[in-house]
Write a protein that binds this ligand. Structure first.
Ligand SMILES: *Cc1c(COP(=O)(O)O)cnc(C)c1O
Length: 434
């Protein structure tokens, strides 16, 4: 190990607190932190010069690969002008153009307005607050509760976390957030009593697939049925496409698979191609118009963040949309998804430690099982985590969801690299489990 790497590791352990990380184990680990020094295409290189496939797109963010010349140039050009200026009372060109381009990805007169914020959690908070305030503005203030799913993950700010249905992220804070009716399925939704429905403002879902729950897929047609249920009951549909947006499922947005337009669409992770923190909450004119009025009516949406509509982030997002167009990215996905699917199925069938495989587009989860009983492993053994650390030796970086191994490569990955990623995961599984 180089002197510089050793020095950085020591400083990291002294001063840096990492997200979702048990810092005791981290500090005791010989191999942590892996210090990522550079990235090119689907590869990351560490401070020791070792190269890895970015198997989870740097936690589900990267789309076109690292160091894409179009996005790099978009950011550099913007940097020559200005890095940041406020959107409170001013505007800027990249934000204006991005709002036009994003809303232009949907049929005319549907999702016509874009509100920019910083990350997935703030995109969700923004949708929640807009929808709650809308109800107040139109005299429906009793409709302020939410319906959300078991296993859901919508972010870590207090409001977004309260919508989540994963115990370890949510339980400690559940009494602090929105009032939530927790359901597990479309059947649950359709059997909610009328008295409950009357107090509901909106339902929120990760369309097609729940990420942090362990890549759990929803039955086909469910989204369409939810849209119809919302329309019948006057309830807003909030789609959290923070993970599924920007080609991950094989279409630009997951909602396109079922021809559904939500009332609020939340976008973040892949919005800038995975370069910079930026989020968007899209909604339609009916919502927006309810906030219009004289200053003293106090209908204003009093919500924002210092870096809302940050020009560098918006320029990166414009660069990413340009790549989608110029490189025909969405059209290039079908054969990759097919290869991904075939290779994953083969691995799931041949490796005795693999149970259920779930896949949508270039998102996959494979459950680890006890090969003797066929049941789940003891989560306390942290097998998924150990396998993913072992995968480093085979040139793959990814992160499990407990004992579900996940792969979600950048859309720019080749079929060859897809095979390499899956081979590495299988080898690492055998290293750890025999
Ligand atoms: C990551 C994620 C979020 C939260 O986004 P952050 O940028 O981490 O705040 C919300 N919803 C889904 C589905 C996500 O995957």
């Amino acid at each position: 190990m180089s002197h510089q790497t050793a020095h950085l590791r020591q400083l990291d352990k002294e001063h840096l607190w990492h997200p979702f990380t048990q810092m005791q184990a981290w500090r005791e680990s010989e191999s942590d932190p892996l210090i990522i020094a550079s990235g090119e295409g689907v590869h990351l290189t560490d401070s020791e010069g070792r190269t890895y496939l970015d198997g989870n797109s740097s936690i589900w963010t990267n789309i076109h690969g690292h160091g894409h010349p179009t996005i790099d140039a978009a950011i550099r050009n913007q940097l020559d002008q200005i890095a940041h200026c406020s959107a409170l009372g001013f505007s800027n060109e990249p934000a204006i153009l991005l709002a036009e381009k994003l809303t232009g990805l949907f049929p005319e007169n549907t999702l016509n307005k874009a509100f920019f914020s910083d990350n997935g959690s703030t995109a969700i908070e923004c949708a929640c607050k807009m929808s709650i305030q809308y109800r107040q503005l139109v005299g429906e203030e009793s409709r302020h509760e939410f319906i959300a799913f078991g296993g859901a993950y919508h972010g870590d700010t207090v409001g977004a976390a309260s919508l989540g249905g994963i115990g370890v992220f949510q339980d400690r804070f559940s009494s602090h957030g929105y009032k939530v009716h927790r359901i597990e399925s479309l059947d649950d939704l359709e059997s909610l009593p009328a008295g409950t429905i009357d107090s509901v403002n909106a339902i929120i879902i990760e369309p097609l697939i729940q990420g942090a729950a362990g890549m759990k897929t929803w039955p086909p047609g469910m989204l369409r049925s939810m849209r119809e249920w919302c329309d019948r009951n006057g309830i807003f549909l909030i789609l959290d496409e923070v993970m599924t947006g920007f080609g991950r499922t094989g279409r630009m947005f997951a909602c396109e698979h079922e021809g559904v337009i939500p009332d609020f669409l939340c976008l973040a992770k892949g919005l800038t191609g995975g370069y910079l923190p930026l989020a968007a909450t899209l909604t339609h004119d009916r919502i927006y118009n309810a906030f219009l009025g004289e200053y003293e009516e106090l209908k204003t949406f009093f919500y924002g963040h210092s870096y809302c509509a940050n020009p560098l982030g918006c320029a990166a997002a414009l660069g990413s949309l340009q790549v989608f167009k110029e490189e025909g990215v969405i059209d290039s996905l079908a054969p990759k998804i097919e290869a991904f699917s075939a290779r994953l199925r083969e691995a799931a069938e041949t490796c005795r430690h693999y149970g259920e495989l779930r896949q949508v587009g270039l998102i996959a989860g494979i459950d680890l099982i006890d090969h003797q009983t066929g049941g789940p492993l003891d989560w306390k053994a942290e097998t998924g985590g150990r396998i993913c650390r072992a995968a480093r030796r085979h040139g793959l970086l990814t992160r499990p969801v407990r004992d579900t191994l996940t792969l979600m490569p950048p859309l720019a990955i080749s079929e060859n690299e897809i095979s390499q990623a899956i081979d590495a995961l299988v080898k690492a599984t055998h290293d750890v489990l025999g």
